[in-house]
Design a protein around this ligand. Structure first.
Ligand code: ISJ
Length: 556
């Protein structure tokens, strides 16, 4: 191009040089002729006489010279303007070459994109359409880029010729690039066998990876051309499907894990229970019974029979007799105070964070403290409000595990609570109000706990009786026959002895003790008939109820 430009520029210069040299030669000739004419005029013609040259050829040559000068000037002017034009066109050509280079780069980048589109579109793409698409893309790119460089592009019509030539060159370049593009496509592998970006993205989709949104933009553009469901939309749906399936699997696995954890906890609890049982069995076999000293020699055969757990019916009955003392004393202590109704009235005091009577507050708070102190670790103890009790804070004591595990589920304290406040209490306390509500509640709780312990001791009574007469009990248990079980465990003579004994204890413990005077004889702190009636109507029947409940589950 520079060479060509050089050639174009040198030709006018040579023309101008020839013109100048011709003009110079003519001036020299003219001077010589004038000098000769002067000499001739001085010699021949008068001074005021105008001499006309008779030679017409010399006049013509003079006019030609003038004409040549004008033409030469015009050509010089033209040469100068043309040279400027050519310089501008050369600059424009350089800019257009840069534009073409950009287009080439764009096309190289698009090669991968087009290959990916071919892979994704299994229906095949019409070559003409694709070429049209690419051609549009290129022309759009060129048109788009042009304004960025147009500050140097002249717009006057006088440059149209140069522009035409550049356009021709640009078209040729585009054709060459298009051929290159076709060759690239022909040399690419079959779309379904290709390992291009599309397949790589599909693979990454199946692995649940995030999709590059910039690729979506290109695919959307392409999909609009190809019609149908856009590939990115298919990818998005596939991604959502995989995600929902994975979430479902996670939920199922979490549920299975929770279930397995629960099973593990249950198994660990069972193992712990069996371990404790085995440990206790071995201890009891090796050590002498702590109750041995209490037993009479007549009962040694019974002790031997129950040696495996050191619990006999006599021992149990001894315990029940001892508990009578506690119950009678607790009733006497409660009888110190009148009924004190506000103790049981929920509207008596508005206690922050608590709704219920003062008695309920007292019992719940005391049971919570005693639970922390380990009271309910003992299988003989049963709380009145077992829900939400805090755990024991003391080291666990290994109580003898004599009872069947079904015993843990038996708690009739609700029945005992109702009996105590509705039947028993009004029968042995005086009506009235002395304001000692806190002490009243404390005494009530002592009565309740003593009676509850005695009634729930029926579990141990039943266990010992069951072991002693297993052959008789098992059929009735299997038959869940309450009537037969009641007959088996009832000892009427023992019951009568219990009732008489507690009455005597009420007389003994509840009498006024005075020195040297028996004046108050027959006056007791708690009526012995009421205590005996308590046992006859409530304590013994409820104890037997617990015995039967336990026996019914003894073979579970
Ligand atoms: C507790 C026993 O079982 C039954 C209940 C009794 C009671 O509660 O005092 C007494 C005799 C039996 O009818 C026992 O035999 O000692």
């Amino acid at each position: 191009m520079d060479g060509c430009s050089g050639l174009n520029c040198s030709a006018p210069r040579r023309i101008a040089a020839r013109l100048f040299s011709a003009l110079k030669r003519r001036k020299v000739k003219g001077r010589v002729n004038v000098g000769q004419r002067k000499e001739d005029d001085d010699d021949v013609a008068p001074p005021n006489h105008v001499t006309r040259r008779p030679d017409s050829s010399s006049e013509r040559s003079g006019r030609e010279a003038n004409y040549n000068v004008v033409i030469g000037c015009f050509l010089l002017r033209l040469v100068a303007v043309t040279e400027k034009e050519l310089q501008k066109m050369a600059e424009l050509r350089i800019q257009m070459a840069a534009v073409l280079e950009n287009v080439k780069d764009e096309l190289r980048n698009k090669d991968l994109f087009i290959t990916a589109k071919e892979i994704e579109s299994n229906n095949g793409i019409d070559g003409d359409l694709e070429l049209e698409f690419d051609g549009d893309l290129i022309s759009n790119k060129v048109i788009f880029d042009q304004p960025l460089k147009c500050e140097y592009v002249p717009k006057e019509e006088k440059y149209l010729e140069g522009m035409d030539r550049l356009e021709a060159e640009l078209e040729a370049e585009l054709e060459r690039l298009q051929l290159h593009l076709d060759a690239s496509k022909l040399s690419s592998t079959h779309p379904q066998q290709s390992n291009g970006n599309s397949s790589a993205r599909s693979y990454s989709m199946s692995c649940g990876e995030v999709i590059d949104p910039t690729i979506y933009g290109e695919e959307e553009e392409c999909a609009q051309l190809h019609c149908g469901v856009p590939p990115y939309e298919l990818e998005r749906r596939l991604h959502e499907l995989l995600e929902s399936r994975q979430e479902e699997q996670i939920r199922e696995l979490e549920a299975a894990l929770a279930s397995a954890k629960q099973e593990l906890v249950d198994k660990e609890r069972e193992i712990s229970w069996w371990k404790d049982t085995a440990q206790l069995m071995s201890i009891h076999v090796q050590q002498p019974s702590p109750f041995g000293s209490k037993l009479s020699s007549a009962c040694k055969h019974e002790m031997a029979r129950a040696e495996h757990n050191n619990v006999t019916l006599e021992m149990v009955r001894d315990s029940l007799i001892r508990q009578e003392d506690t119950i009678v004393y607790s009733l006497i202590e409660r009888a110190r105070f009148p009924l004190n109704p506000p103790t049981y009235d929920p509207s008596y005091a508005s206690i922050p964070g608590f709704s219920g009577s003062l008695l309920e507050l007292f019992v719940k708070q005391t049971e919570a403290v005693q639970a922390k102190a380990g009271r309910y670790d003992n299988p003989e103890e049963h709380p009145f409000f077992p829900d939400n009790l805090p755990p024991s804070l003391v080291p666990h004591y290994k109580y003898p595990e004599v009872l069947h595990r079904a015993a843990m589920s038996i708690n009739i304290n609700k029945l005992i609570w109702d009996m105590y406040f509705n039947k028993l209490l009004p029968s042995f306390v005086s009506p009235g109000d002395d304001g000692n509500y806190a002490l009243t509640a404390a005494r009530d709780l002592e009565c309740l706990q003593a009676i509850s312990r005695r009634i729930h001791y029926g579990k141990l009574v039943a266990e010992v009786k069951f072991r002693d007469e297993r052959k008789d009990y098992e059929p009735a248990i299997r038959a869940q026959d309450r009537f037969t079980l009641t007959n088996l465990l009832t000892f009427t003579n023992v019951e009568e002895a219990v009732k008489n004994r507690v009455a005597k204890k009420a007389m003994t413990f509840g009498q006024e003790v005075k020195l040297g005077d028996d004046g108050d004889k027959g006056k007791y702190k708690v009526d012995p008939a009421i205590v005996s009636g308590l046992y006859a109507d409530w304590v013994i029947p409820l104890t037997k109820e617990v015995e039967i409940d336990y026996l019914l589950r003894r073979l579970d």
